[in-house]
Design a protein around this ligand. Structure first.
Ligand code: NQM
Length: 309
């Protein structure tokens, strides 16, 4: 893979570039596996970062993403719009249209989006919109605007991806449970894994999934959630052990409603940048059987993103 650069922009201070030269995973991904959460950044010289962004990343192009896909052994990607591009979906859509049908996408839209724009994104492979509630990433959008968007995109069969932190779930509960579509939670709603698995915070998240069969979860981002490590670097085969019980619980209780993704190029990590090959080796720790792995990596993402196949 070619090394990270940053077009015409200056990266946020302390920015960690994606890991160049990931190892070959020891875990053999099932045939047809989907990396269901990853991003493209720019390149900034071609697809400028949004003026309202809260961070400026290093570039991470579609060619670099697809090289990683092939290296790790994934067959397809779901490219999720990152907040550094705001509601300008051109870099993400460009990645989809140059994927030979091997990528689908999740967009960010405003109330002003037209039906023709939604249709054009649908034709390019977009299948969802993302509502982000992580305060360090986005400014507040009124809930009535988001509900209006959710109602409109439902006509295309799209779903809503939500990103929030565990402490905010009680306040967001009524809004989330009013959404009319399939709802996909990013990174298990960011649990604090230093708290007990059976404590009130994570139990509320499990109740959210248990009581609402339209709610799915990505069991991704151990590198973001882990407090005690060890980090997925230098051949570590037992990385992020503190995240395992949380992700395994979700996979085992809701095997038909879970997705997994690398989260490459891992925006805003402060502490270390994982080796993506070792991140793939994390998967069998949270999905220990071949049946669970098949659902997590193939059947579930195919049902949501390529239902026609
Ligand atoms: O990549 C992720 O899923 C997580 C992010 C970045 C993000 O969501 C975005 O920029 O849109 C984070 O926690 O900083």
């Amino acid at each position: 893979m070619s090394k990270p650069t940053t077009g015409d922009f200056t990266k946020t201070s302390g920015w960690l570039d994606w890991y160049d030269g990931p190892s070959q995973p020891r875990f053999q991904l099932p045939a047809g596996s989907v990396d269901a959460h990853c991003h493209v950044f720019g390149p900034g010289a071609e697809f400028p970062y949004a003026p309202e962004r809260k961070y400026t990343p290093c570039d991470a192009s579609k060619a670099q993403l697809y090289a990683l896909r092939d290296h790790l052994g994934f067959a397809r990607n779901v490219v999720v719009q990152a907040t550094c591009h705001g509601a300008d979906n051109r870099a993400m859509v460009d990645a989809l249209v140059h994927s030979n049908g091997k990528a689908r996408g999740v967009a960010t839209v405003k109330r002003s989006v037209s039906d023709a724009e939604i249709q054009a994104m649908h034709d390019a492979g977009v299948r969802g919109v993302r509502f982000n509630f992580v305060k360090r990433l986005v400014d507040f959008t009124p809930k009535d605007e988001l509900l209006e968007i959710a109602g409109r995109i439902a006509k295309w069969g799209w779903h809503v991806v939500i990103y929030f932190e565990a402490v905010d779930l009680p306040e967001l509960w009524d809004f989330f449970t009013a959404l009319p579509t399939t709802v996909v939670v990013d990174h298990m709603g960011r649990p604090d894994v230093s708290k007990p698995l059976d404590g009130p915070e994570f139990q509320l998240f499990l109740k959210f999934m248990r009581e609402h069969p339209n709610v799915w979860s990505k069991v991704s981002c151990p590198e973001r959630l882990s407090v005690s490590g060890p980090k997925a670097l230098n051949g570590e085969q037992n990385a992020y052990t503190d995240v395992i019980p949380f992700a395994k619980r979700v996979v085992e209780e809701f095997p038909d409603r879970v997705l997994w993704g690398t989260d490459w190029p891992h925006p805003n990590l402060k502490d270390h940048m994982p080796d993506d090959g070792l991140l793939v080796d994390f998967i069998p720790h949270i999905a220990p059987t071949a049946e669970l792995q098949q659902k997590l990596l193939v059947s579930n993402p195919m049902r949501l993103y390529w239902p026609e196949e």
